[in-house]
Write a protein that binds this ligand. Sequence first.
Ligand code: PEP
Ligand code: MN
Length: 340
Amino acid sequence: MIVVMAAGSSDSELAAVRERIESKGLKAQINLGVERTVVGVVGSIPPDFKDEVELLEGVSDVVMISKPYKLASREFHPDDTIIKVGSAVIGGPSPVIMAGPCSVEDEEQMVSTAKAVKKAGATVLRGGAFKPRTSPYSFRGMGEDGLKLLNLAKQETGLPIITEVMATEDVDTVAKYADILQIGARNMQNYNLLDAVGELGKPVMVKRGLAASYEEWLLAAEYVMAGGNEEVILCERGIRGFESFTRFTLDVAAVPVVQRLSHLPIVADPSHSTGKWYLVTPVALASVAAGAHGLLIEVHPNPDIAKCDGPQSLTFENFDMLMQQVDAIASVRKQPVAAN
Ligand code: PEP
Ligand code: MN
């Protein structure tokens, strides 16, 4: 349920609404929007409570949210959520580029990549230290030693870090180093993990599950938000279709759909969705043209010898070319990303 306060309603009227909500054991989440103040009511709403709140002073409307996700819905939060990390503003009109290797391998690889992607215009550095791999025999990441190398690259370049956390017991360790914690596609429905990152005071990026519907994906975001963490970014990384030429199928419509259903920023990952380096730039451009708030791109100094995802990784030179083309598309994108 959401309570829409009347234009010009007073602080004491808002406080009375909050008190009434809390007196029922419910949580009130207040959103001081540009045009109107909205109070989200979280919890199991008793019968007749809607009618009761409608009568309170300063209330203009009470709306039952029809969607199963509430805090993540556009109804609850009409303005776009903007998340600031370092110099990156995620959710605004300019796409934010997060780039780096699939996995952290060594100091030279990490620092040289950080410098190269920064020079080309990326504002967030990626790199996996805990890697979800299909085969248990593949390289599964350096763990905390990898996080230390990410931190070193951050010291060298000033770029904030996004990195994946795979297990609830690693959340505190990863949060010590990461500026944004990534929930991988395979963990999108790991509800204990979502609860754990919901308690953090750091942004979380939730990648879409391999076969997740929009609703399931937004409900995963809702888990994080229900824990009190409102800084959630969504990432379309491709879904499983029947085509095997590409690794997955990037659902470009997910970008405007999510912007209609939700206020959360949405970025696209053309690397994992295509699985092929020469498809990364065209799919990145399509995503930006569709209004994506950012891109996640894998870059490696020498993709031929990468320990993970070499075939989809861009060289420094190819990444530089991608950035120039992204800039060109972003500058002609006519309508604001949240337009519906
Ligand atoms: C990744 O970004 O490193 C990754 C493993 O992606 P996904 O979870 O989308 O497969
Ligand atoms: Mn990868």
